[in-house]
Design a protein around this ligand. Structure first.
Ligand code: AMP
Length: 588
């Protein structure tokens, strides 16, 4: 395989249509991922492409952005066909395409997959779609019935070709390709390149540009690497526990988008951890200021995108958290290299959602190192740590402060109340930790097992997926709704990634949708007003009583701030920092 050597560092370097560039900016992508930087120019130039990339590398945008930039919107027939092995991927791709095309007037994308209502699909096909995303079986059905015409297609994308091969769809893919014009452009993406995939590539791609992601093999041996498989608890709660229990000097947290840097920094602030966002939207001056505060210890947590943290060299960074998994092994190596500076010890923690397992293996392979799984700190761990810090503060006060006034106070209490000094000290300690108990509340440590979910009040039903809650929307079968409608509306209107939309169940006159449990109130309220199939969604938290009147309340959040800005809030010390400021009683 050959590699494109040209380095593209900004979306502005790519000649994308202005409407697409605008959408990308709004979605919050800062720079093209490696597969995007390598694939977009040849695809824009009309070349065929063979891309070795897996889910999580940004491959959807790698083909969607250039192909959308080249659409003829005035022509209402399918111009791009994307073939995916599964219905889930078809929906995800359709969703992503819809988000990238949000400023293309009159644009239509149609997901087509098995199990979906045929009549509905036919009506949508008749209305005309510029991009069709589908599974091979259902596309074949439509071809046989003559309800889908691919004779004017300008491009076909075969996504996850190795999965197609594994699932026995590769012959269908070939049959479909034979229904398409000879002079079409073809792009084929696959995480691996088994012989079966290469055979199809050789037969159907014309002089393709071949791209794959470089993998760097070295990491720093002073960095302790661990991963947490995201389950049973939202990532934010997991991060909070880590912040509480680990000995942290400073922490750098990586997320994917500019918007996420601000959102997460705000959520951490709300939980009492002083933190700031670092992203490419901030001026150079503000970025430097944040880095300076991190260096001089007036700030302990920075939430950054890859670009903004490029080259960051702050020796205090003891922890790097990959809150969102990186797109490729190279950025992983770069990210974790922000700790363990100048020969110091560093810790790197990677959050891996079950569907991102492949990226974890790719990282392990590329770095030739196994990453150890970690358990999240328990209530006992956190109690021990808080007690340890408290004891340290007591000792510091005994050694460094004039306590004569308080000693007299204890003597007086002892005489007046006729109690042991031990009891008086205990009462004082109790008063001191009232606002922030040394023992965290038990209820925050109950892991949401399926059984406990059923038992829980019912007002906020959790789902099987991490961090998701079940919501109810007032549109159902009777209104003609299909999952794609809901995914499309929710993803677009609330800017929720299709990956964060879980199971969808459609009932007679309502549906249940699994969505992030920590959705800001503004988004929640907005979604209540959104129209789908002629109905207001009237989103509410599902109460479990499917036929009962609606009674869910929105999740309570503090109002979200404006994205994109630098947060320079005064530092609130959390226990890790309190260690350094040892004279202060720890309190956030
Ligand atoms: P994919 O590999 O296409 O499944 O994309 C994985 C995730 O990365 C999706 O959530 C995308 O929204 C996100 N993503 C894709 N490209 C970028 C980018 N250039 N910057 C930030 N996030 C991106």
């Amino acid at each position: 395989m050959t590699e494109e050597t040209r380095t593209i560092t900004s979306f502005a370097d790519l000649s994308l249509a202005p409407e697409i560039a605008r959408a990308i900016d709004e979605v919050g992508y800062e720079t093209p991922s490696p597969i995007q930087a390598q694939s977009i120019p040849p695809l824009l130039a009309g070349r065929d492409l063979l891309g070795q990339a897996q889910t999580g590398t940004g491959k959807t945008a790698a083909f969607a952005l250039p192909l959308l930039s080249r659409l003829d919107l005035s022509a209402k027939y399918p111009q791009v066909l994307v073939l995916t092995p599964t219905r889930e991927l078809a929906l995800q791709v359709a969703e992503a395409v819809q988000a990238y095309a949000r400023h293309l007037k009159g644009f239509n994308v149609l997901p087509v997959y098995g199990g979906q209502n045929m009549g509905q699909q036919l009506r949508q096909l008749q209305r005309g779609a510029h991009v069709v995303v589908g599974t091979p079986g259902r596309i074949q059905d439509h071809l046989r019935r003559g309800t889908l015409k691919l004779d004017r297609l300008s491009c076909v994308v075969v996504d996850e070709a190795d999965e197609m091969l594994k699932m026995g769809f590769i012959d269908d893919v070939e049959a479909i390709l034979q229904h398409t014009p000879q002079e079409r452009q073809t792009a084929l993406f696959s995480a691996t390149m088994p012989a079966g995939v290469l055979r199809v590539a050789r037969r159907y791609l014309r002089d393709p540009v071949e791209v794959r992601i470089k993998s760097k093999t070295s990491t720093v041996s002073t960095i302790k690497q661990r991963y947490w498989m995201v389950k049973g608890l939202a990532k934010l709660d997991a991060l909070t526990r880590i912040l509480e229990a680990e000995e942290i000097d400073a922490m750098l947290i990586f997320v994917r988008t500019k918007i996420a840097t601000v959102e997460l920094a705000e959520k951490l602030e709300a939980r009492g951890f002083s933190s700031a966002a670092l992203n490419g939207d901030m001026t150079q001056g503000l970025r430097e200021k944040a880095v300076e505060r991190l260096k001089n210890g007036s700030l302990d947590i920075v939430v950054a995108t890859d670009v903004a943290a490029r080259g960051l060299d702050v020796q205090r960074v003891s922890h790097v958290v990959n809150y969102d998994i990186p797109y490729d092994t190279e950025s992983y190596v770069h990210r974790i290299g922000r700790t363990g500076r100048a020969g110091r010890e560093g810790t790197a923690i990677l959050f891996v959602a079950p569907r991102e397992r492949r990226m974890l293996s790719a990282i392990e392979q590329a770095t030739r190192q196994k990453i150890a799984p970690m358990n999240l700190p328990t209530r006992k761990d956190i109690t021990e740590r808080r007690v340890g810090l408290f004891k340290e503060q007591i000792q510091n006060a005994m050694q460094g402060e004039d306590l004569s006034f308080f000693e007299e106070l204890v003597d007086r209490c002892e005489q007046e109340y006729e109690v042991e000094p031990r009891r008086i000290a205990a009462a004082m300690a109790y008063l001191l930790q009232q606002d922030r108990p040394l023992m965290p509340e038990e209820k925050t440590f109950v892991e949401p097992t399926p059984a406990s979910r059923q038992r829980s009040s019912g007002a906020q039903r959790s789902t099987g997926d991490e961090g998701l809650r079940r919501y109810r929307v007032e549109v159902g079968k009777v209104h003609g709704v299909v999952p794609g409608h809901l995914v499309g509306a929710i993803a677009n209107e609330a800017n929720i990634s299709n990956r964060d939309i879980g199971q969808i169940k459609i009932f007679h006159d309502f549906s249940l949708v699994d969505l992030p449990g920590d959705m800001p109130e503004a988004k929640f309220r907005h979604l209540q007003q959104v129209w789908v199939c002629g109905q207001h969604l009237q989103l509410s938290l599902d109460t479990g009583a499917d036929s009962s009147p609606r009674q869910g309340k929105p999740p309570k959040r503090r109002p979200a701030g404006k994205p994109g800005g630098y947060k320079g809030n005064p530092v609130k010390k959390h226990p890790a920092a309190a260690k350094r400021a040892s004279k202060k009683v720890h309190k956030s």
